[in-house]
Design a protein around this ligand. Structure first.
Ligand SMILES: [Zn+2]
Length: 380
């Protein structure tokens, strides 16, 4: 493992101690769906409202496609402005049909390839393509492959693939929820088939259930899928705790459906009490995280803080250190509020690079402490 030593800072005494590879490729910016592209008017609006679960304000609001290139630009702009010591960058190769074909049906891939250069709504379920979308999606899946490849072969300590379009709603034969190819699933299949990983753990902390990933590995004995998400009927409506996999995969799907408003304490507790023993039992060869940032309190409906993302990262990192030589790969999923998305990614990178996870705190506590000091002498 390559370890880059950087000068410690006061806040993060160990930051830069651990090597982190970020996979970023500007070709993913070429995915520029246009929400105004005509497709089943009226019907589409109602689906979008359901999908966005409260973000959308009614038919009078002009809707724009939330999964836009500005998401990646917000992340890379922040990382340029505030670099994280220990983090280095590489680009990706486009995933091949053989690589994608490990989790997607040939007929599906051919249908997607036929859309190259076109602009259309692909599905009633909010997945549109623009002329550069298919190329971008191939690079996104390739970025996830590059990340897992670097980590499993020891070329990087941990890795974060900045993928878009995201992937975890895409099933073997269907694009859904902004997703064309299931990037994390393609990476997991690569780890198993090419890199010889017998057991792959996929953790999904995006606020939406990773229905595509669950479906793809539903009967697989090689993948443990652990997903915390807002409970149905929130989009995509799956992920009940009774969904545990079938056949050889029975017991290897673990769903944690949560009510709206959950924050750091609930999530950390779920990871400590459910994930930690599951991982000790499963003994993974590599850990992949479907890292969405829409659980943040600035985004849709949950209440995670940046420190909360840091703490989840630290738990997962400790599990990777303990069980699989630190092999840990983050794959970007959702996150549509640009501040929480970019700052969330940076927080995760700081912890991956060896920074300490900061204790979480109830929102407003810091302000209340200051107000207590301000008013303290008033009524004596
Ligand atoms: Zn999401």
């Amino acid at each position: 493992m390559r370890v880059h030593i950087n000068r410690p800072t006061e806040d993060y005494p160990l930051i830069g101690e651990r090597d982190v590879l970020v996979i970023h490729d500007e070709r993913m910016l070429a995915h520029q769906p246009d929400a105004q592209a005509p497709f089943q008017p009226g019907k589409l609006d109602s689906r979008i409202q359901t999908m966005l679960g409260g973000l959308f304000d009614g038919a009078t609001t002009k809707w724009s496609y939330p999964e836009h290139p500005g998401r990646l630009l917000a992340i890379t702009d922040l990382l340029t402005l505030e670099p994280v010591p220990g983090v280095r960058y590489e680009t990706a190769s486009a995933a091949t049909q053989e690589q994608l074909g490990r989790v997607h049906a040939t007929s599906y891939l051919e249908n997607i390839y036929a859309l190259r250069g076109k602009q259309t709504w692909l599905d009633v379920d909010t997945t549109a393509v623009s002329s550069g979308s298919v190329d971008a999606a191939e690079v996104a899946a390739g970025a996830a492959i590059a990340a897992v490849d670097a980590v499993v072969t020891g070329r990087a300590g941990s890795a974060f693939a900045l993928c878009r379009p995201p992937g975890h709603h895409a099933g073997s034969v269907r694009a859904r929820g902004f997703c064309l190819f299931n990037n994390v699933a393609v990476a997991a299949a690569h780890a198993h088939t090419v890199l010889g990983c017998e057991r792959v753990l996929i953790i999904d902390w995006d606020v939406h259930h990773g229905n595509g990933t669950q479906d793809i590995f539903w009967t697989s004995p090689h993948v443990l899928f652990f997903d915390t998400h807002r409970a149905a009927p929130f989009y995509p409506g799956t992920g009940n705790k009774e969904e545990i996999g079938e056949g050889l995969g029975e017991g290897l799907t673990v769903n944690i459906p949560l009510p709206a408003g959950c924050g750091d304490l609930a999530l950390v507790q779920a990871y400590r009490e459910i994930l930690v023993p599951a991982v000790a039992w499963f003994q993974p060869d590599v850990i992949l995280v479907s890292a969405g940032f829409d659980m943040h309190r600035l985004d849709l409906c949950m209440n995670l803080s940046f420190n909360g993302f840091g703490m989840l990262t630290r738990i997962v990192q400790e599990l990777a250190d303990q069980h699989c030589g630190g092999r840990l790969v983050m794959v970007l999923e959702g996150g549509y509020q640009l501040e929480s998305l970019s700052r969330g990614v940076r927080t995760v990178l700081e912890v991956l690079a060896g920074g300490s996870a900061q204790e979480s705190e109830e929102p407003g506590m810091h302000d209340v402490q200051e107000l207590i000091a301000f008013h303290k002498e008033a009524f004596k």
